[in-house]
Design a protein around this ligand. Structure first.
Ligand SMILES: [Zn+2]
Length: 215
């Protein structure tokens, strides 16, 4: 029985590079691999591009709530020996469920690459469903500015960290948006403006417990 796998990591953890490597390994053995992404990921248009050069054409660009299991894509899926998904966090829960059925019922391995959480540390719907359904997951490592392991992605607009905004905003060379991989401590420092002094001060505050009225 084929597996549904999730390989996640913060920005710059080499997800696209690893995906291209897996695709290359399959192609080298003349095995048919197809590449899927969501239309939300506008970067590269219909190509997956890695920072260090290689690129590959995307076979299926899914619209936001479009099922993967439909006639339009059936030939590509049936002929695939492996399905690779880039930026899988952008897929809907239902699209992840389609991938699960492809792996489990059609016996085609599916490997998803993506982010675990957004710039506010909340799950993406696609990643949440992947954690619930996948056979295995693996964290790809990247390093924070302080040298510790980065697990969060902070958003900067015009060089300033922000803590509000839409979940899905794509960065790019010509945009004002940039994402920075950070460890938990640096995330709290830069985005939430939380340092030791503030946390200790919070512990000194009296908290009034509001009790619900009994009806
Ligand atoms: Zn750090």
């Amino acid at each position: 029985m084929a597996k549904l796998e999730f390989r996640y990591g913060a920005m710059n953890s080499g997800k696209s590079m690893m995906l291209l490597q897996v695709a290359h390994n399959y192609s080298e053995k003349n095995r048919n691999v197809i590449l899927v992404k969501s239309e939300i990921d506008t970067k590269g248009n219909d190509y997956l591009i890695s920072r260090i050069g290689p690129k590959r054409k995307v076979d299926i660009i899914l619209k936001r709530d479009e099922p993967l299991l439909q006639k339009k894509y059936s030939k590509k899926i049936k002929n695939a020996e492996c399905i690779l998904v880039d930026e899988a966090q952008f897929l809907s829960s239902e699209q992840i469920e389609d991938l699960w059925q492809i792996a489990k019922v059609l016996d085609i391995p599916v490997i998803c690459f993506g982010l675990k959480s957004d710039f506010l540390t909340n799950s993406f719907p696609g990643s949440k469903r992947l954690f619930e359904l996948c056979d295995s997951f693996k964290e790809l490592e990247t390093i924070c500015e302080c040298g510790h392991k980065a697990r969060f992605n902070a958003r900067k607009i015009d060089g300033i960290f922000v803590d509000e905004g839409d979940q899905n905003v794509i960065d790019g060379a010509d945009s004002h948006i940039e994402y920075v991989p950070l460890c938990g401590k640096c995330y709290l420092k830069h985005v939430k403006k939380m340092d030791e002094k503030k946390v200790l001060k919070r512990m000194e505050e009296d908290k009034v417990q509001m009790s619900l009225p009994i009806i």
